[in-house]
Ligand binder design. Sequence first.
Ligand code: GUN
Ligand code: FE
Length: 430
Amino acid sequence: MKKFVIKGDICYSETSDKLYTAKDSYAVCEDGICAGVYQKLPERYEAFPCYDYTGHLVIPGLTDLHVHAPQYPFRGLGMDLELIDWLNTHTFVEEAKYAELSYAEKAYEIFTEDLRNSATARACIFGTIHTKATLLLMEKLEESGIIAYAGRVNMDRNSPENLCEKDAVTAARDTEEWILECGRFQNVRPMLTPRFIPVCSDALMEELSRLQKKYHLPLQSHLSENLGEIEWVKELCPDAAFYGAAYDKYGLFGNDCPTIMAHCVHSSEDEIRMMKEQNVFVAHCPESNTNLSSGIAPVRKYLELGVHAGLGSDIAAGSGLSIFKAMAMAVQCSKLRWRLTDQSLVPLRIEEAFYLGTKGGGAFFGKAGSFEKGYEFDAIVLDESSLRHPQELDMKERLERFIYLADDRCIAAKFVGGVRLFEKNQRHVF
Ligand code: GUN
Ligand code: FE
């Protein structure tokens, strides 16, 4: 059923600096697309079924721009190292297990179930180098109703033997087979996923560049996350002027290759300029950057310059799937950055963090993450009943408190692409 109305206290962003609030109002879904938010329901929609969530906040679905599905089993564990040691000690050991389909089945079932029950409507997801396990993940995502890009990871150097492609040509052949298999999915699309430059040879990048041009696929990877990593890339790619140039050399950095780069904590001015000019999306992952002692990305600068940016959970360097937590941590980290290192970039405000988690990241999917007319209809109904308070709060205060205090268990209902995924307490539809 893709024609319906939701009644409630509706909040959404059009721009990063302002939150729109409409109390006791109606958001209209027509053929999966938002037909607007109205204080009084226009006559032409009166015949549409109405989900009555009076008294509840209703917000657009959230977008997780960067999450590693196979790392879900060790979330909350092993946060004692920086990036490269953390990858070698914890991450690669876990990811190697996905060669075994029975392990992947158990692990991806848990991941997709939790993602479905979260406030995330759309996500860009890393798998592993295992084609079968990645297809299994995509099947489960498709069943869940989430809209996603997912990627079979590529890595062929500086990696353990059991997690390394045989050679660049074999990697490309396997990746192409995987791309062709993905034709059977509706809501889950393939995305090229070279893990990051240190583990991808020039020959592999050339092969991926060829596949990108042939299939016009988007791409996700990591960029300028950790200072040691950046030095390593300089050694590996002496001809690249900066880290991002090592992707750009192969046409894998924005422009005709829609690109998400996770982190961008230590990006140089030249790198940022190229990201802006070539429409590269930054996935800001504040919890991950804290846990791996990576640093704090200059998100205020990205907003000011108009660089596309959204939020990522970056499981398992981030400990949970909640994009509400990512919003709160984005604000908190920006305050520490401002206080401790750079007074020129003022801290983020809550409406800016909300924008990043909704419309900012949603933009990678086109028109998503807002209730403006013409946007794909993703909606989350919030359940504030466990967050008791004695005082009057306005809608913005209720949303702010929810972001800080609630978690993904406080979701009353979820709609993605005009489809209702779940409803916690069966509600009267009139
Ligand atoms: N860089 C390369 N791989 C990874 C990963 O799995 N997580 C994070 N945070 N950074 C990476
Ligand atoms: Fe990551």
